[in-house]
Design a protein around this ligand. Sequence first.
Ligand code: OOB
Length: 564
Amino acid sequence: MAEVLAGFTPYPAEFAERYRAAGHWRGETFGRMLRERAAAHGERIAITDPVDPVGPGSPDGAGGPRHWSYAELDRRADRMAAGLLARGIGRGDRVVVQLPNVAEFFEVVFALFRIGALPVFALPAHRYTEISYFCSFTGAAGYVVPAVQGGFDYRELAGRVKAETASLRLVLVAGEDPGEHVRLADVPLDGPGPTTEPQPEDVAFLQLSGGSTGVPKLIPRTHDDYIHSLRGSVEICGQDERSVYLCALPAAHNFPLSSPGSLGTLYAGGRVVLCPQPAPEAAFPLIEREGVTITGLVPPLALLWLDAAERRAKAGEPTGLASLEVLLVGGAKFSEEAARRVRPVLGCTLQQVFGMAEGLVNYTRLDDPEEVIVTTQGRPISPDDEVRVVDDEDRDLPDGTTGHLLTRGPYTIRGYWNAPEHNRGSFTADGFYRTGDLVRRTATGHLVVEGRAKDQINRGGEKVAAEEIENHLLAHPAVHDAAVVSMPDPYLGERTCAYVVLHRSHRERPPKPVELKRFVRQRGLADYKVPDRVEFVDAFPATGIGKVSKKDLRAAVAATLTTP
Ligand code: OOB
């Protein structure tokens, strides 16, 4: 029986029928997908993790690399599922997974898929504020963390969140020293597995939205809909069992997870190589050693790779990128100028990706003319993706005109999880998702991203909801009002600038910008959300109807940056 998760907006029956009849939804689940791949590919390597954080072989306990075959991943997922069940994680339970790019990520996630428990995909950068919200909002029963990563002790964070969250029963630590929690390696059991199987139309996991509101929203994705997007992505990106995908971005993000990402690669029977660090110094040698054929990057990283490869070529050194066939770039706008450098400098085909965790993903095709590849952000995966470009009154606009992008289709959600009020504004009455992106459609059906109507800053692919940061600034005793806007940045594309109006009583001796940044950081926010710049003003410019004019603020900060 399908399990209807409370707070989930299902696809209307007529659409579900249509998507099944068209062969988009084929009744697959992630649990069975791995079982089938293990039967078909048994001893082929599924996951390569270049560092074994707990293995023998080096002074700090790090060994490696680890190679898990499909059969081994399948067996590990079964044993982890049995162990998690024995520790009280059951069908429908939510488990916040906050792991770096390590093999255990897949062991845990596939175990949860098999149980029918829902991973909630947090990012390693998230801190107390985000994690405590995810745990309490989802009523999470479990939380999976590394021990210490990048100098941050996740065990401590988990201890604090567990003490405050009644539902949270189990904290698992992927590492040798779990502190007060349970070592992930102690969970697997040869006991009985789940007695019921999740159904294809069930919600498989909760993904995070980039957000434009005070609190992040959660995105419920079903097995059927997500696997449809994987199958399409695999085909569009030319993946097969020879593909070796380098997972360089944080594994839990929708782009490296499914576009085509590590799950697409596993769907195709290929191999996923986990990259602990996306900088060229770490990634290039891995590409060479493991024969990586395809990877995905956000624009700032693609720029770093281009510069590093160019430097090596100039110095007469080999780049070591000979095996790389396809580079996907997305998450934020990739400039045409940079896009043009990909083929000559990296020697591979660029695929631009314009996607969103809510669903719709667009790709340029491998056989698109170079002009289309470098000047557009691609076209939708599915023939049943409906794309509308509309004006402020939701009236359709002709091709070539920039407007709001609305979309509906076989892998785009019909509502955020448990957010009825918000959903009324984010979806049209007939179920189109309001992406908040401003696009133009070309005669070939490709989309060009021209801007954004949502109140969000896209910091090189990392999304910052202005309102969320404004709320944190408002909590400071000296702050009367705050408005967070983007400012142009040559490397990240955009950074954040916080305009602040101080209370009268604090204007004589204003706090230093760095104090406000520290204040936001100390509230336990992911680092990328801390304002890059803070500007004090006496009042905000207003629009015609008296709202804060963010357009004027953006222009003001851009002008400050260009004036020497
Ligand atoms: C991806 O997903 P999210 O959910 O982090 O962010 C979605 C938003 C889009 O609505 C758009 O505003 C922006 O990110 N975006 C792009 C873009 N790709 C995403 N803006 C301009 N150009 C692009 N190529 O970012 C995501 C999910 C799956 C695949 C790729 C990216």
